[in-house]
Design a protein around this ligand. Structure first.
Ligand code: 4AD
Ligand code: MG
Length: 477
């Protein structure tokens, strides 16, 4: 008999004479009640075992974590909280689980403990919910762009380019590490490497994406990205997923409109499709909040926070205005206050970003027109000669969720900038071709997918929203 998903059984419109469900035992109470979960929903289905007619041997094997198949009648449940339960007629243990050794006990585990068991934590309610929300969010991303005629581009994972020019790349080589071939100058001879040149894992698909936008008009990428940066924070991963749309003929304002509309769409889509999971995560967060001092508790519940983002425009503020706000925010000279910035031109630290979003504007903020010297080489220089058409979107509780810009479309200006930064023109000859042949205004941005999942699930550590987090050794978080 084909099994039916627990979600469909719980949503049934009528009782059913014979159904089969397969899943994993969450708990087994009073030798009678199995809470069965199959991952299709946050909810378990209660399966009532006829313990008088079930061999003692079988009952003993119904343990937390065991895989079972139950066949029986779907009847209305007398218990509170669920409409249906299964009166079990036939029970089969598909895979035993040693109750003593199974790490996911039916109690609350710390997130640290669960991180150390990433392969099993998905069997908990919270991680099941997070991973389903993540999946729906991914689908929403594709839906948004596909509905609007964007072409999905798979940019390479192995590349010779450092798109961000920040030198945060993981190198890729086929050379024997214990016997690296050297050239005359004593440096590594990459001509003997697999590709005949130095390569690394991509930090961003943007540069390749731009070349496609200059032919297909509107494109997006959605793939894994790698950064060997000092990422010992709760917002950084060494391997994360990035969504990068790129649009020909869009200027910075169009880019902001696109980013805002996109983010609101995917959040709305996920709220519609993941009501039960989000409700569960909201409850989880409320519990967590209770353990905090009153002053630190969030004023809004998870769903209120999500709705707030849907209902309010993101505040657009130039870097220069932001610096003025931060300067003025200094409350009194005696008190040590971390928001002071004296220098125009300094990069904002995360506490500055948090101040702007959480204390000053109290809504998502798009900061634009940053000083050229703190942003990547490819951004469009403004007429003032010192700022670029960059934009970062800052979210409450997250900080930077999007980084993007209008691109420098003028060949000469771009080459000049690359020279000044010591970026090899020959390495990027193909990128420069976009400016040689039919160059045009174009813009794009990168959204860190895990930061979005963090926001939507209300989780606080990025390691908890990706299936198998890749983080640097000796990570403290
Ligand atoms: O601001 P970033 O570095 O921008 C770019 O890579 C551009 N090439 C994007 C573009 O314009 N097409 O990264 C974009 C976003 C950040 O805002 C952040 O959300 C996320 O990627 N991000 C990370 N997420 C997790 N772990 C990390 N180590 C991240 N680094 C960046
Ligand atoms: Mg950035």
């Amino acid at each position: 008999m084909k099994h039916t998903k627990v979600k469909d059984l719980l949503n049934s419109t009528k009782t059913l004479h014979e159904v089969n469900a397969k899943g994993w035992v969450r708990t087994f109470r009073n030798n009678q009640f199995i809470a069965l979960n199959d991952g299709s929903t946050i909810h378990n289905i209660q399966c009532v075992v006829d313990f008088e007619n079930t061999p003692e041997e079988t009952l003993k094997r119904i343990t937390t974590g065991a895989a079972v198949s139950v066949t029986g009648e779907l009847v209305e449940s007398k218990g509170a909280g669920q409409k249906f339960e299964i009166q079990v007629k036939k029970l089969e243990i598909l895979g035993d689980s040693d109750a003593e050794k199974f790490p996911m006990q039916p109690k609350k585990h710390s997130l640290e403990f669960l991180r150390a068991n990433a392969h099993l934590r998905v069997r908990t309610n919270a991680f099941g919910a997070i991973m389903r929300v993540r999946s729906v969010l991914s689908f929403a991303v594709h839906n948004y762009f596909q509905e609007r005629g964007f072409v999905y581009v798979n940019t390479p994972v192995i590349t010779g380019a450092d798109a961000e020019g920040a030198g945060e790349m993981f190198q890729v080589t086929s050379l024997p590490l214990d016997n690296l071939p050297k050239n005359e100058e004593g440096t590594i001879d990459y001509s003997k490497d697999f590709f005949g040149k130095h390569t690394n894992l991509t930090v961003s698909g943007q540069l390749e994406g731009e070349t496609f936008a200059m032919a297909l008009g509107q494109i997006y990428t959605f793939g894994p990205t790698f950064r060997a940066e000092n990422s010992n924070t709760s917002r950084h991963l060494a391997e994360f997923w990035m969504i990068e749309p790129e649009v020909a003929f869009n200027n910075l304002d169009d880019n902001m409109d696109l980013a805002e509309d996109f983010i609101q769409y995917v959040i709305k889509y996920t709220m519609d499709k993941c009501q039960d999971d989000l409700k569960f995560l909201e409850g989880r967060l409320l519990e967590e909040e209770k353990s905090k001092p009153q002053a630190e508790r969030s004023e809004m519940s998870l769903l209120e926070k999500l709705n707030f983002v849907l209902e309010n425009n993101f505040k657009r503020v130039s870097y220069t205005e932001a610096i003025d706000i931060l300067r003025d925010s200094t409350p009194n000279k005696k008190k040590k206050f971390q928001y002071i910035i004296n220098e125009w031109g300094a990069d904002l630290q995360s506490e500055h970003e948090r101040y702007l979003v959480e204390k000053h504007f109290k809504c998502p903020v798009i900061l634009f027109d940053y000083p050229a010297n703190i942003k990547a080489f490819y951004m469009r220089l403004n007429e003032d000669g010192k700022t670029v058409r960059a934009m970062d979107i800052l979210f409450p509780g997250i900080g930077e969720i999007v980084g993007g810009s209008q691109r420098e479309e003028r060949y000469d200006v771009l080459v000049e900038k690359m020279k000044a930064l010591g970026i090899d023109e020959e390495e990027l000859w193909w990128y420069l071709d976009t400016r040689r042949f039919g160059s045009a205004v174009h813009s794009g941005f990168g959204l860190g997918f895990e930061r979005l999942v963090l926001f939507v699930t209300g989780m606080t550590n990025i390691r908890d929203v990706i299936p198998f987090p890749r983080t640097p050794m000796n990570a403290e978080f």
